[in-house]
Design a protein around this ligand. Structure first.
Ligand code: CTP
Ligand code: CA
Length: 235
């Protein structure tokens, strides 16, 4: 909690955070995006830096200022976020002690990106159209599959609609499938709404439901849990 968020308690640690949406271009004027504001990831980056960590923040297009002391890398698509992650983590993943993956990474991208603006089709045949999409790589699952130790500690996020029970079930599935240490689950309606969030933190040990709090406060709670994982590694 707040008392545990002591100044400097994360010093000497390297934390990589991803934030915001990814944006998948269709042509020079159109893209597929999502409702992620970036606020959760920016809050994690801000708090990690304030608590002494060396922080790299890899973000999709958002309207937010860079938190003090944070190295920011701006990206656009899932594939460009993958490149930035590879640079930040290194081939052997030794570049970070923790990766907090708050980004809402697009699951699919247009199969073809047109270099020129697409024109609408004329005549009766143009009344309907469809878009061919191809799957993006799962950035977190790739890193989870590659990771041999707890370096970096991996934190995933899961934004869902549906019942609280489904929320935790999906989060457990993602924890196992992506080989994460923690998955922070929240409801889309709350998560994308503004400055507050209500989350459940799921780990192999169980699910901890948290009350509604600011994204900054939730960031501290998540970082407390990451610090606990680090402490367990030493013990
Ligand atoms: N994620 C990722 N790469 C993707 C999709 C998701 O790294 N291509 C990460 C997100 O950053 C998040 C976690 O995986 O930390 C869960 O994302 P989510 O969209 O909830 O899970 P998916 O596995 O994509 O499942 P679905 O969207 O079908 O619920
Ligand atoms: Ca997804």
């Amino acid at each position: 909690g707040a008392a545990a968020a002591a100044a400097g308690d994360l010093s000497g640690r390297r934390v990589v955070v991803t934030a915001g949406p990814t944006v998948e271009d269709l042509d020079p004027v159109r893209y597929l995006g999502n409702r992620s504001s970036g606020k959760m990831g920016f809050a994690v980056a801000e708090r990690a830096a304030a608590r002494g960590a060396e922080v790299t923040l890899i973000t999709g297009p958002v309207n937010l200022g860079t938190p003090r002391g944070v190295a920011r890398v701006d990206v656009r698509s899932a594939l460009s976020m993958r490149d930035a992650l590879a640079r930040a983590l290194g081939d052997d993943l030794s570049g970070a002690d923790a990766l907090v993956m708050t980004a809402a990474v697009a699951d699919y991208r247009p199969a073809v990106v047109s270099p020129v603006k697409l024109k609408k089709m004329q005549g009766a045949g143009g009344d309907e159209t469809s878009l061919r999409l191809v799957k993006n790589p799962d950035l977190l699952a790739e890193i989870g599959a590659k990771r041999a130790t707890k370096k970096p500690v991996l934190v995933g996020f899961a934004v869902e609609t549906g019942t609280p029970e489904q929320l935790v079930d999906y989060a457990r599935g993602k924890l196992l499938q992506k080989k994460c240490d923690l998955v922070v689950a929240n409801e889309a309606r709350v998560a994308f709404a503004g400055d507050d969030n209500r989350a459940t933190i799921v780990s192999a040990a169980g699910a901890e439901g948290l009350g509604t709090m600011s994204k900054v406060e939730l960031a501290d709670r998540i970082l407390d849990r990451v610090r606990d994982v680090w402490a367990d590694i030493v013990a």
